[in-house]
Design a protein around this ligand. Structure first.
Ligand code: GTP
Ligand code: MG
Length: 665
């Protein structure tokens, strides 16, 4: 792993070899035989004959004595190894949602494998044969004679010794070939950062394979509204996609021999698609940006910073949101073509300081080489690591490394989404499509949806759900028969008027017996409040795709201050919502911010029963004193309007200040 000061340690091989422990003394040349063996071994029958099974038992007995090294595994083919390698690769591909990054040349314990060039070729052939059986391609992303970046120091010596090494190292990308669109890998990346940081421009540059002219040329096709084209400012939630083939190539018009690239062209060729959610940097659109981050279930947040402008405006605010939602963040510093060296250095040092601060606790890693990128992407499962790129959208400098990172970026979403559960689908947008009717777009949180399925749509303003039938499904604008948990998809709905649907509604399996609630309990952490929060306090609450003003009607403390944790009972102001226990929430009002988790929901019947008991709240109302609405006023005593928040540069995201506990709740 590369540390914040640019050093790199020997990382463990990304394909663990520990469960597979053949005995020693195998001939290197036998690898070709293994390759052949793998080519004829069926995954469905991993140990198809007795001989292999016996061998397996024998090997297993030896395993206890002498664990096999990775080198032995790839170079010494045995029936046991061939089956084991297939199983390992399959497990890796499954947990990586169809891809894995393999570091050849380093053992699990960090020791070098001491592979010579011809050994490496043999290893690759072995792995290729196994991957082929699994319908995957193998691509060598990088091959080098030294381990890690120039600053690598190992037990064997220093950089110089390594650079003179006769041994080779390689990173292999193993990725499944494209199948059906409904099975395509997808990662969602929210793109945030202050106004003019270059978010839309970078997305134009990446997805249209062009460079910018510094005056907004590359972003032109990304805007959804006329006023956005005129002002150059994103005000809504935009969506762009970028496709990669199984061999790691970016799908460009040139690659598919077309002058323009439509989404269905990308989906036809892609094994993996990145969906970028382009959000607004201007603070007057903050409510929409927060909704974009909470409602779209992003796998990553890409925080953009204009190198010349530095950490200004909404930068810290957006970083704070990513921290509160616990989404891994990587940072792209743009405009390095027009930034004086000293200004860039100051931006970098400011950023490093913020990331390392106690509220943030990130490890900044500046990625300056292919090896840096590959090693970091492989280890970017921890939310603590924060990769940082420096690019120019005008000259293209640094973009190759960023594209490589995006190619190998993989979500750590194994176990996060369960397609076998009853369906829950969050609606984040609605459309009226001529000839099709009402269409909703959003994310499937659990379960799967087939064309023709009947689901319950709601809640409406009265908290009711109504049945609706899914007429058709699109994934990335391509018709599909089914969509699964974790995927974003659009549904055309039967006999539903668009006016009857709002963002924040859900579609659920009937078996969930959906109920909408006005009142719920949450465990919260107050990230910032200038004075105290007490009962009747109101704030804009974001919870998944729900966004509505809610009022505190009870809490287990008399008042809450910055840094306080509490169980609080909220009540929605306008209409009931569908909430799930355990969902993260954010609330904000003026400078006040808080995060939390839903811990209980109360049906109308429960609320009525409690009112009947004259217990004002379900937590511990006996000790709670009724305070006054503590919504803060500005200096002139005016109430702030929700969604129109005033922040100054000095307004640090409070979670980054040392006296505030970590935001993880
Ligand atoms: N010189 C130079 N200009 C850039 C670069 N990246 C973006 N720009 C310019 O910066 C301006 C703002 O870029 P946008 O992409 O609209 O910024 P944004 O972050 O999307 O802004 P909002 O949508 O308002 O939040 C445009 O004029 C771009 O041409 C870069 O790397 N170098
Ligand atoms: Mg923009």
């Amino acid at each position: 792993m590369i540390t914040s000061d640019g050093k790199q340690n020997n990382s463990r091989s990304l394909l663990s070899t520990s469960p597979d422990k053949p005995s020693a003394g195998w001939s290197v040349s036998a690898a070709a035989a293994l390759a052949q063996r793998l080519a004829s071994t069926s995954l469905d029958e991993p140990l198809e004959d007795e001989h292999i099974q016996n061998a397996s038992v024998d090997e297993a007995e030896k395993d206890d004595e002498a664990p096999a090294t990775g080198k032995e595994l790839y170079l010494h083919p045995t029936p046991t190894n061939s089956a084991q390698l297939l199983r390992q690769l399959e497990a890796r591909l499954n947990s990586g949602m169809g891809e894995t990054l393999l570091e050849l040349g380093v053992e699990d314990d960090g020791n070098p494998m001491n592979l010579e060039a011809e050994d490496l070729n043999t290893c690759v052939e072995t792995i290729e044969a196994a991957a082929d059986k699994l319908g995957a391609d193998v691509t060598i992303l990088n091959q080098t004679n030294s381990l890690g970046s120039a600053s690598t120091i190992t037990a064997e010596g220093t950089d110089d010794a390594l650079s003179a090494s006769k041994f080779v190292y390689a990173h292999l990308l193993i990725r499944k070939r494209p199948g059906k669109v409904e099975d395509m890998m997808e990662l969602r990346i929210c793109v945030v950062g202050n106004v003019d940081a270059g978010k839309s421009t970078l997305l134009g540059v990446l997805t249209k394979n062009v460079l910018d002219d510094g005056r907004g040329r590359a972003r032109l096709n990304l805007f959804r509204h006329k006023h956005e084209v005129e002002s150059g400012r994103t005000s809504s939630v935009g969506l762009e996609i970028m496709g990669f083939t199984s061999k790691g190539q970016i799908i460009t018009p040139a690659l598919i021999g077309k002058s323009k690239l439509a989404w269905d062209d990308i989906c036809a060729e892609a094994s993996k698609v990145l969906s970028f959610i382009d959000l607004a940097g201007h603070e007057k659109y903050l409510k929409t940006t927060v909704f974009g981050m909470t409602g779209t279930s992003p796998d990553f947040v890409m925080l953009m910073i204009g190198s010349n402008a530095g950490i200004i405006g909404m930068t810290k605010e957006h970083l704070g949101l990513a921290l509160a939602l616990n989404v891994p963040v990587f940072i792209v510093i743009t405009k390095i073509d027009m930034c004086p060296k000293n200004v860039l250095e100051s931006t970098i040092s400011q950023l490093t300081k913020i990331l390392k601060s106690s509220g943030c606790r990130k490890i900044p890693i500046f990625l300056n080489s292919v090896v840096d990128v590959l090693t970091t992407a492989g280890n970017f499962v921890s939310e603590r690591v924060c990769p940082i790129f420096q690019v120019s959208n005008v000259t293209g400098e640094g973009l190759d490394l960023l594209k490589l990172f995006m190619n190998v970026l993989h979500a750590n979403s194994a176990g996060k989404y369960d397609s076998t559960q009853p369906t829950e689908y969050d609606i984040t947008d609605t459309f009226s499509v001529p000839g099709v009717g009402t269409v909703v777009s959003g994310t499937i949180i659990t379960g799967s949806v087939h064309v023709g399925d009947q689901l319950m749509l709601g809640p409406d303003s009265n908290g009711h759900f109504m049945p609706t039938i899914v007429k058709s499904i699109q994934r990335k604008r391509v018709n599909v028969p089914v969509a699964f948990a974790g995927q974003s998809a659009s549904f055309a709905l039967k006999k539903v008027k668009r006016a009857g649907i709002r963002k924040g509604m859900v579609m659920l399996s009937k078996s969930l017996e959906a109920k909408a609630v006005y009142e719920f309990e949450a465990e919260i952490l107050v990230l910032y409040h200038s004075t105290t929060i007490s009962q009747k306090y109101q704030a804009m609450l974001h919870c998944g795709c729900v966004r509505q003003t809610a009022k505190i009607i009870g809490m287990d403390k008399q008042v809450l201050r910055t840094g306080d944790r509490a169980f609080v009972r909220f009540r929605f102001i306008q209409h009931p919502e569908y909430l799930k226990i355990g969902t993260r929430l954010l609330f904000r009002e003026g400078r006040t911010k808080g995060v939390g988790k839903v811990t209980r929901v109360f049906s109308d019947a429960e609320v009525l029963a409690m009112k009947g008991d004259q217990t004002a709240n379900a937590i511990d109302s006996t000790k709670v004193q009724h305070g006054t609405d503590s919504a803060p006023s500005d200096k002139k005593g005016r109430r702030r309007r929700h969604g129109h928040l005033e922040f100054s540069n000095a307004d640090l995201f409070p979670g980054m200040q040392s006296n505030v506990p970590s935001v993880a709740v």
